[in-house]
Design a protein around this ligand. Structure first.
Ligand code: IYR
Length: 223
């Protein structure tokens, strides 16, 4: 195959506009019920669900199709415990002075704090890494639009888990380099987020004042 040889467009379902609208709205209805969960139970999530969600994430578009991501799916109790210790250490610094007052005020309605027991309780943690370079050795083979690509993939991951009836929480502490150590990932990879995956604990709540989403009129403009 020459470099520019093209394949025919993959067969794609031929839908009527009515069914396109219906399917788009059905997906919207489903996604509209997604909320971040902060109280997880230890009830298990099958590995097959995680695998499917990671495959969906891996289907994301990426700069030059470099697929500059790595997902470490963690269920080992020792690894989860190590992550909890390191995260809570970072968060204690955040809540006790590193974060500016404005930031603390912005997250106050969420009722969050430095203690993150769910990091050990939830059945899975997924550490998402971005590969700045294609490999550790080939520093010059750089990837493109790395963060954009990784975040698109992460969105697909969250959407798949939600449609599978599984709760998630995105955690993005900084600098999170300890995740390279725990997950045994090379230096060319940077942790972008930690996704907590599981089922809500009985009696789990969501903050009443931060659940609504901006209306279409506010988030869109049309030319
Ligand atoms: N990282 C901290 C604080 C925090 C910050 C934001 I922005 C949030 O949306 C939620 C929490 C924590 O995880 O507690």
């Amino acid at each position: 195959m020459t470099e520019h040889e093209a394949l025919p467009w993959q067969p794609y379902p031929e839908l009527s506009d009515e069914s396109r609208i219906e399917r788009a709205r059905a997906f919207l209805t489903e996604m509209a019920t997604r909320r971040s969960c902060r109280a997880f139970s230890d009830s298990p999530v099958p590995r097959e669900v995680i695998e499917a969600a990671l495959r969906a994430a891996g289907s994301a578009p990426s700069g030059a199709n470099r697929q500059p991501w790595h997902f470490c799916a963690i269920e080992a109790p020792e690894a989860k415990a190590a992550i909890r210790v390191a995260v809570e250490e970072e968060e204690r610094q955040f809540y006790s002075g590193r974060a500016p007052a404005n930031w603390i005020n912005a997250v106050r309605p969420l009722g969050t704090g430095a203690d993150k027991p769910y990091l050990e309780v939830a059945p899975w943690l997924i550490a998402v890494f971005a590969q700045r370079h294609a490999t550790e050795e080939e520093e010059r083979l750089r990837n493109y639009y790395v963060l954009e690509s990784v975040c698109i993939a992460a969105g697909l991951l969250l959407a798949t888990l939600h449609t599978a009836g599984v709760a998630t929480l995105v955690h993005t502490p900084h600098p999170m380099r300890f995740l390279n150590l725990v997950c045994r990932r090379p230096d060319n990879e940077r942790p972008v987020m930690l996704v907590v995956v599981g089922h809500p604990a009985p009696g789990a709540t969501m903050p009443a004042n931060v659940v609504s989403k901006k209306p279409l009129e506010e988030i869109s403009s049309w030319l």
